[in-house]
Design a protein around this ligand. Structure first.
Ligand code: FES
Ligand SMILES: [Fe+2]
Length: 388
C-alpha cells in the first residue's frame, strides 16, 4: 500500500454533519463536514486515551468531539477544548492529531494520505465528461473486493482477459485478434488504445442489439492513474455510442479494496435505463472478482521473475512501472514491520503538518515505510506507438 497519494474515502452524499468512520491503507480515519460545508479528514485515534473520534459528534467550534472525554479537535487536528480543564485553559501543544487535505470531486471525497506539500502531489485524475451533463449521463455504484488494490487496477486495464472472463465482451477463439494499438505513460498515469471484437450488445430493452454488429471492430481506451488507483475505461461502442467507466480503487487494507465506480454514457440518457446500467456494471465486477480474489499471490509481485508476460500484457507493465517508481521514492507502507506491534501500538499516516512542524513531539508514530532507492524521477512522458 502506497502513501503520498489522493484516495477516495467516501461518496460526498454519505458525509453530513455526523462524523463518519472510514478505513484506508489499514488505518482508521474520521470524516466530518463543518459549518462551511467543508469535509475534513482526521486520524480517528484520539491522542488522549485512544477514543475513536468517529463515535463522537461535531460541535459549535467546528470541531469533532471525542466520545470518551469530549476533547474537541479542529479541522487541522488541533485540540481546541478540553472539557475537564474548562473554557480558556491552556491546551498542551502535543494535543494534536494528523489532519489530511481533502477535496470533493465527481461526488467523491478525496483525501491526500501523506505528508507531501501541495505542489508536489500528483493531481486528482481528470474526468471532464462527468461535468458535461448535456452529453453524458452518470450512474454510481461501488464494489468491495477481497483482494489487493494493485491487482484490482491491473485487472481493470487488462484487455486479454475480457474474452475469457466477460462473455459479453468477446470470443475466446478470437483472442489473438484483440490488440493494443498504442500506449502512453507519464510519471503517474498511463493510457492506451486497444481494438476488440465483441459480440452484439445485450440489455437496454434490446435496443442495443441494433447498435453494433457481431464481432465488429470496437475501440477501447483503458487508462490508469496512481492517484486514487483509478482506472478509466473508455469504450467506443460504435460511431455514436460511448461509455466511460471511471473507478477509484481504494485500498482498505492489504487484502481488501473498495471500488467507487461512476459510469457515464452518451446514449439512452433517460433515467429508465440507469438501473440496467448499474446491474450490468455490477455483473462485470462480479465476473472479475471471481478471478481476482483467487489469484496467487493476492498482491502484485515486485519483480517479474516469477511470471511470464507477453506482448498483450504491455500496458499492465506500464502500471507496474509507475507503481514501482513510487515505491522507489520510499512511499510503500512496510506492513511486515508493523506486525510485531499488533495489538500493542498504533501507527498513523504522516500528514503535511509533520513536515511543517518537525519539532513537535507528535503523540503517535507514523507507519514504517520501505526505504526508497531514489527521490527523483524522470518526469519525461514515454510514448510508444505501433500501427494497429
Ligand atoms: S480518549 Fe478522547 S477525550 Fe479521552
Ligand atoms: Fe474485467
Amino acid at each position: 500500500m502506497l502513501t503520498n497519494l489522493w484516495y477516495v474515502a467516501e461518496w460526498s452524499n454519505k458525509v453530513k454533519k455526523k462524523p463518519v468512520k472510514v478505513k484506508l491503507l489499514g488505518q482508521n480515519f474520521v470524516l466530518f463536514r463543518d459549518s462551511k460545508g467543508k469535509v475534513n479528514c482526521l486520524s480517528d485515534i484520539c491522542i488522549h486515551r485512544g477514543g475513536s473520534l468517529a463515535g463522537g459528534w461535531t460541535t459549535e467550534r467546528d470541531c469533532v468531539a471525542c466520545p470518551y472525554h469530549g476533547w474537541e479537535f479542529d479541522p487541522e487536528g488541533k485540540v481546541q477544548f478540553i472539557p475537564s480543564r474548562g473554557e480558556g485553559a491552556d491546551i498542551p501543544e502535543r494535543a494534536r492529531i494528523d489532519a489530511y487535505p481533502t477535496q470533493e470531486r465527481y461526488g467523491m471525497i478525496w483525501v491526500f494520505l501523506g505528508d507531501l506539500p501541495e505542489e508536489e502531489r500528483y493531481p486528482i485524475p481528470p474526468f471532464p465528461e462527468f461535468d458535461d451533463r448535456k452529453n453524458w449521463r452518470p450512474i454510481y455504484t461501488q464494489f468491495d473486493w477481497t483482494g489487493s488494490a494493485d491487482r484490482v487496477v491491473e485487472n481493470g486495464i487488462d484487455i486479454a482477459h475480457t474474452a475469457f472472463v466477460h462473455p459479453g465482451f468477446g470470443y475466446p477463439e478470437m483472442a489473438d485478434k484483440n490488440h493494443i494499438a498504442s500506449i502512453e505513460r507519464t510519471e503517474h498515469s498511463g493510457s492506451s488504445s486497444c481494438v476488440l471484437y465483441p459480440p452484439k450488445l445485450d440489455g437496454n430493452l434490446g435496443l442495443n442489439r441494433f447498435a453494433r454488429k457481431d464481432k465488429a471492430e470496437t475501440h477501447v481506451h483503458p487508462g490508469f492513474y496512481l492517484s486514487g488507483h483509478c482506472v478509466r475505461l473508455h469504450i467506443q461502442v460504435n460511431s455514436w455510442m460511448e461509455m466511460i467507466i471511471f473507478d477509484a480503487n481504494t485500498p482498505i487494507d492489504e487484502n481488501h479494496t473498495r471500488s467507487f465506480v461512476i459510469q457515464v454514457r452518451n446514449f439512452f440518457k433517460w433515467g429508465m435505463f440507469d438501473r440496467g446500467s448499474v446491474k450490468r456494471t455490477q455483473e462485470v465486477f462480479e465476473q472479475d472478482a471471481a478471478i481476482v480474489e483467487a489469484l496467487s499471490p493476492n498482491y502484485l509481485p515486485e519483480s517479474l521473475e516469477n511470471e511470464v508476460s507477453v506482448e498483450q500484457d504491455k500496458f499492465m507493465g506500464a502500471w507496474r512501472k509507475v507503481r514501482k517508481n513510487h515505491i522507489e521514492k520510499g512511499w510503500k507502507i512496510d506492513t511486515k514491520a508493523m506486525e510485531p506491534f499488533e495489538g500493542e501500538k498504533v501507527f498513523t499516516i504522516p500528514s503535511p503538518a509533520r513536515r511543517t512542524n518537525p519539532d513537535l513531539r507528535w503523540a503517535l508514530d507514523t507507519v514504517p515505510l520501505v526505504p526508497g532507492t531514489k527521490r527523483q524521477l524522470d518526469a519525461v512522458p514515454v510514448t510508444e506507438n505501433r500501427s494497429a
